[in-house]
Design a protein around this ligand. Structure first.
Ligand code: T4K
Length: 437
């Protein structure tokens, strides 16, 4: 690995040296990393503890269908979320679909466009029309004024998203939902173990849904969980995850196979045992990014409180091209040659993806903040496979790339390297697309 100059500051975070003469791989330098530094690389907890659980599972002969490890996982998740009930699911997408259906949402449901596509698919697959609303530019969660303006007599629910683990405007959304008599559900896929000192994410709205996908900071390979304080709703959800079976040959409800398996629960439980140390690691990484990125003009790190509970799982930066001299996409592309796989989550917004782009072509005119933010965000790698020294080296390269922006732009235009993502060669959704449409 090349040694991009870094120095250790008082709080042990590695910071870049402002006068470093770093190389840039795109301009002929050695890549910053010999192996890919990835967003989404899974955290792998104690293998022997996981294997012991797998052996216990084989000994018991119970592989799935609400086995003991799933029941224990549900207990742990409900405890951390501070809710009375938890229903584990095979993934969060199915969890969202089930919760939407169990809450009786139909007609129109309010949803942000700036989210992973699963949030919106979970509505549309059940014949519900997503009403795209804009986001707050600071938290990237639903903007309350946009929600209020979009509500009509057809609205039956609000599906908020605690994006990046940032809490939605829970109180305002609760008051609005109560006033209008509609259901309130939160996609909390990113927000397990987040919240305020007073209240964890999980107990807001009628229900909330977590993801325990392998790319999440604690995971169950694939997995999800619906949490709620409403006992009737939990009972209904429990039936619905198991085809609607109430008893051996008694079906009471329309249902599906949404169950979590025992191997997933085994991983989930083992992962939860490592949760505190993963969060502490992520928090140190966040602090290292915070210090180092202060030296890079035009690259702003999204704020995280160091006091309120947070999983620090998504390192969210916004690029100001007028300062960096490079677009977000050019920066992502230049980083690929450094073997850094940063992501453009959640570009270009669900309203510009199919089938929604064709169904709701006007949506882009009503979502100015979503349009702007989705062009600026880069998610940077963190998690157990990334340490503070990696962050010093990575931010050193970002700084060097930005310092040599003009040469980088020119080199990108001429570069034929297959690692350069095709999106840097396409003109995607130009800023004046509104005028064209
Ligand atoms: N709501 C929100 C707001 C969500 O973000 C998500 C999921 C959901 C709902 C639905 O939750 P689930 O139904 O999935 O439980 C990934 C995840 O698959 C997805 O769960 C997650 N959000 C989303 C943000 O990220 P992709 O399409 O980006 O995955 P992929 O295959 O490109 O992987 C991401 C990165 O992780 C790559 O750089 C490779 C790395 N990776 C991934 C896996 C699975 C590994 O290194 N090893 C691995 O095993 O969606």
């Amino acid at each position: 690995m090349t040694a991009t100059p870094v120095s250790l500051c008082a709080n042990n975070a590695y910071v870049i040296e402002s006068n470093s003469n770093s190389e840039v791989a795109l301009l002929g330098g050695t890549p910053a990393f010999t192996e890919d530094l990835c967003v989404g690389r899974p955290n792998v907890p104690d293998r022997s503890a996981f294997m012991a659980r797998m052996n216990a599972m084989f000994d018991s002969g119970r592989l799935t269908n609400l086995g003991p490890m799933v029941q224990e996982f549900e207990k742990q998740v409900a405890r951390i979320a501070g809710t009375r009930h938890c229903v584990a699911t095979c993934n969060a997408t199915v969890g969202l679909e089930l919760a939407i259906s169990a809450l009786g949402m139909k007609g129109d449901v309010i949803v942000p466009s700036f989210t992973f596509i699963a949030t919106v698919h979970a509505l549309w697959r059940q014949g519900i029309t997503p009403i795209f609303c804009d986001i707050d530019p600071v938290t990237h969660c639903l903007d309350i004024a946009s929600v209020e303006a979009a509500m009509t007599s057809r609205t039956t629910g609000i599906l908020g998203v605690h994006l990046w683990g940032n809490m939605s405007a829970t109180n305002e959304l609760h008051d609005l939902a109560q006033r209008k008599g509609v259901k309130l559900l939160f996609d909390a896929a990113h927000a397990f173990a987040c919240g305020t000192k007073q209240r964890a994410v999980g107990s807001f709205g009628d229900a909330e849904v977590f993801s325990f996908h392998a790319t999440k900071f604690v995971h169950a390979f694939e997995g999800g969980a619906i949490v709620t304080d409403d006992g009737d709703l939990a009972d209904r959800l429990r039936l619905m995850t198991n085809f609607g079976f109430a008893d051996e040959d008694e079906v009471l409800h329309l249902g599906t196979n949404g169950k979590m398996s025992e191997p997933s629960a085994a991983m989930g439980l083992t992962s939860l045992e490592a949760m505190d140390s993963i969060i502490a690691h992520n928090k140190r990484n966040y602090a290292a990014y915070d210090v180092a990125l202060k030296a890079v003009p035009g690259v702003r790190l999204q704020y995280r409180s160091m006091e309120d509970p947070h999983n620090y799982h998504y390192v969210v930066t916004e690029i100001d091209e007028s300062v960096t001299g490079l677009s977000r996409d050019e920066l992502v592309a230049a980083l690929r040659l450094e073997n850094v796989i940063a992501r453009r989550y959640f570009y270009p917004g669900c309203h510009r993806m199919e089938p929604y782009s064709s169904l709701f072509p006007q949506a882009r005119h009503t979502l100015p903040v979503t349009e702007e933010i989705s062009r600026r965000v880069i998610i940077l790698p963190t998690g157990q496979t990334v340490n503070e020294a990696d962050i010093g080296r990575l931010v050193g390269r970002i700084a060097a790339i930005v310092r040599r922006a003009r040469e980088v732009r020119q080199a990108l235009a001429e570069c034929e390297d297959r690692r350069i993502p095709s999106f840097t060669r396409r003109v995607e959704h130009p800023v004046n697309a509104d005028a064209e449409a």
